[in-house]
Design a protein around this ligand. Structure first.
Ligand code: GLA
Length: 686
């Protein structure tokens, strides 16, 4: 957290926020809509640009990590890093400069000019540097009169700007949708598509209209090689419904149904990668979530445009971004966008047919606990016409293990995780039988000092027996685990399972949080001649004791808390002042800042939640927020959008039978600047 006041940021980003609010959420028209005359030719016949981007474009884009904080230096250093980190070798090619590269005005001849400080030697210099590294350069503009950051953009200047890009040596254009003046999107995007082709330079055309206008149906016809299918991505797993941006899971849900529109030369674009991106105000992704995000983007034949600072990334991030087997799925020449095969609650099986006849499978667990699930070779249409086969070889693209199965294709997948398999028919010379864990630990949370029994089974999915099986449960420090039955077994025949259980006791003194356990199985195969192993992760979340009687939540330990700016105030505002809403002051309560979620464990023992909520008076005349109360994932109540100076709103909500109570603050639809939000006198009553 930095200690600057968000009021400082507000001046510079107000216009952006206004634009985004209006366009992304369609709240209304911004400014006076004066429909400008089309100075460019009306496009009558459309033409595709499919000879480019035969596989989804791979590269990097400046926006997710750097926003407007860009420069020629950054672009050059990123090109260097692309080579040094092994990313170029792995297939990353485009270095794309997003918004803010241009000066605030065109020159006297109407030409776009680079920002004099950020790009003192123009775009050509950068292009040359990038090309010398064996890479390509991308640039950004908008099919509007201004970019989303209020800088000059290309509506009405399509041919002139396309000529500039081509002269500078640009290889890729991302073309946004801000300040579009209500002009028909087909005309706007076709005009640039046509102008780019007229340049005779191969320029990949990336249409960025946030999934609006059914773009996937006609984007290719106007020369688009890819088109955004969603609003802007942020480094969050799942964004709140009222947030202006999207999280990983939201985007997957928006992009998946469009699979039929993707193919070589024309791709759905679910936005750039958030792997390794760290920006203030957003929680970021765990390593497992980042792996799942990358896996699903690869699976959906999405452009793989890294969004992190690749000059300075940790090993995990680098390994995720350069996993060649996962990239091979993405770059598969058949160009099929993977799609859902089956859904069972929060567990999804996805399929992606590959050019060489193999089938890729993603087992995606969007739920909160480890689950065992999967599919079969038959359901994947991998059996031969007679319905029989010798078996199937399964490559795990993250663990790099190869296994042999007689048909079941499944895995034990931890929360927010993905298992990626590449499956083919055949008998490998040297692959152990596949075995699969199934863990049942009851609920996924535990109170301090509590003892819980965990049942674990291991199933042989192969064609031959596995022998000398040994199971192990690795617990985090301080936890007590003791087996309740045998942990070694002579053998398991194909299709058979073995089962054991452990008692797990949480320490009395331990920080609240998630604790990871690892289950291991080692076994022999090939009549005992060879050994193999497998493992899975299982997690428990420790919980504070529930409140009793009448408890002010500012006196009670939370399970989880996030805040969009600053740190949460207990019995004070986010800026450390007396909690004050509409001139009413409060001694007790919680001072927070949008976007914020604070979760308490009630264990179904409380009956009522009460609070007075509103924007704190410490921001004068600013800030818009919405308060909602969520019980076990369901919204129990929410306020209207409240703003500074409004009287406090008194909430009283029935929480009987609620285990987890979450106090949520979202921004009122603009941005989070000035959103100082108070839960005054917040109390639960037994
Ligand atoms: C829009 C786009 C983003 C980014 C910004 C730049 O929000 O959707 O991807 O290009 O504009 O201002």
């Amino acid at each position: 957290m930095t200690d600057h006041d968000p009021t400082e940021e507000a001046e510079s980003s107000t216009m952006l926020s206004e634009t985004r609010r209006t366009i992304l959420k369609g709240i209304g028209a911004f400014g006076a809509v004066s429909v400008i005359t089309n100075e460019f030719d009306q496009v009558s016949a459309y033409e595709t640009n499919d000879h480019l981007a035969q596989t989804p474009p791979m590269g990097w884009n400046s926006w997710n990590q750097f926003a407007c904080d860009i420069s020629a230096e950054l672009i050059k250093e990123t090109a260097d890093a692309m080579v040094e980190s092994g990313m170029r070798e792995a297939g990353y090619e485009y270095i794309n400069i997003d918004d803010c590269w241009m000066a605030s005005e065109r020159d006297d001849d109407g030409n776009l000019q680079p920002h004099p400080e950020r790009f003192p030697n123009g775009i050509e210099g950068v292009a040359e540097y990038v090309h010398d590294k064996g890479l390509k350069l991308g640039i950004y503009s908008s099919a509007g009169t201004r970019t989303c950051q209020g800088l000059p953009a290309s509506l009405g200047y399509e041919e002139q700007d396309a000529r500039s890009y081509a002269e500078w040596g640009v290889d890729y254009l991302k073309y946004d949708n801000c300040y579009n003046q209500g002009v028909d999107p087909r005309d706007r995007y076709a005009a640039m598509g046509k102008a780019l082709r007229k340049t005779d330079r191969d320029i990949v055309y990336s249409i960025c209209c946030w999934g609006k206008y059914d773009i996937y149906k006609w984007g290719a016809d106007v020369g688009g090689n890819l088109w955004r299918t969603t609003g802007d991505i942020k480094p969050v797993w799942n964004a709140n419904d009222s947030a202006w941006y999207e999280g990983i899971v939201d985007i997957i849900d928006l992009n998946e149904p469009l699979a039929q529109y993707a193919g070589p030369g024309h791709w759905n674009d679910p936005d750039m990668l958030e792997v390794g991106v760290e920006v203030e105000g957003y929680p970021g992704l765990s390593d497992r979530e980042a792996r799942a995000h990358f896996s699903m983007w690869a699976f959906m034949a999405a452009p793989l445009l890294a969004g992190n600072d690749i000059r300075d990334m940790d090993e995990t991030t680098q390994k995720i971004l350069t996993n060649e087997d996962v990239i091979a799925l993405n770059q598969d020449p058949a160009g099929v966008q993977g799609y859902r095969l089956t859904v069972d609650g929060k567990q999804e099986v996805w399929k992606k047919p590959l050019a060489n006849g193999d089938v890729a499978v993603a087992l995606f667990n969007r739920g909160d606990s480890t689950k065992t699930f999967g599919t079969t070779a038959e359901a994947l249409d991998l059996e031969d016409s007679a319905g029989n086969s010798s078996g199937f070889v399964v490559d795990d693209l993250w663990t790099k293990e190869t296994r042999f199965t007689r048909g079941p294709i499944k895995d034990s997948v931890p929360s927010h995780g993905v298992t990626l398999f590449r499956v083919r028919q055949g008998t490998p010379d040297d692959a152990p039988s596949a075995v699969t864990f199934d863990v049942d630990g009851g609920s996924d949370s535990i109170e301090r000092g509590e003892t819980r029994s965990v049942t674990v089974s291991l199933t042989n999915d192969g064609r031959t027996a596995v022998e000398d099986i040994e199971l192990n449960l690795d617990a985090p420090d301080g936890w007590n685990v003791s087996p309740q039955s045998a942990v070694t077994f002579d053998n398991a025949a194909p299709g058979k399972s073995i089962e054991t259980s452990w008692e797990v006791t949480a320490p009395e003194q331990i920080d609240q949080g998630e604790y990871e356990f690892t289950l291991h199985a080692s076994y022999t195969w090939d009549d005992g001649a060879k050994t193999a192993s497998t493992s899975t992760v299982w997690e428990l979340e420790t919980l504070p004791a529930p409140p009793t009687g009448e408890t002010y939540l500012s006196d009670h330990e939370w399970v989880d808390a996030t805040i969009g700016w600053g740190s949460i105030g207990l019995d004070e505002s986010v800026n450390g002042n007396v909690l004050t809403i509409g001139e009413a002051t409060y001694e007790k309560g919680i001072g927070t800042h949008a976007e914020s979620e604070i979760t308490y464990w009630l264990d179904g023992t409380m009956s009522q939640f009460v609070a007075d909520v509103g924007v704190d008076d410490e921001v004068t005349g600013k800030g818009t927020v919405r308060f909602s109360i969520v019980g076990d994932g369901e919204t129990l109540t929410e306020t209207d959008v409240l703003t500074n100076g409004d009287d406090p709103v008194s909430l009283s909500v029935d929480v009987s039978s609620v285990d987890k109570l979450t106090l949520v603050v979202t921004d009122g639809g603009d941005n989070i600047n000035y959103d100082h939000a108070d839960w005054a006198d917040a109390q639960v009553l037994e």
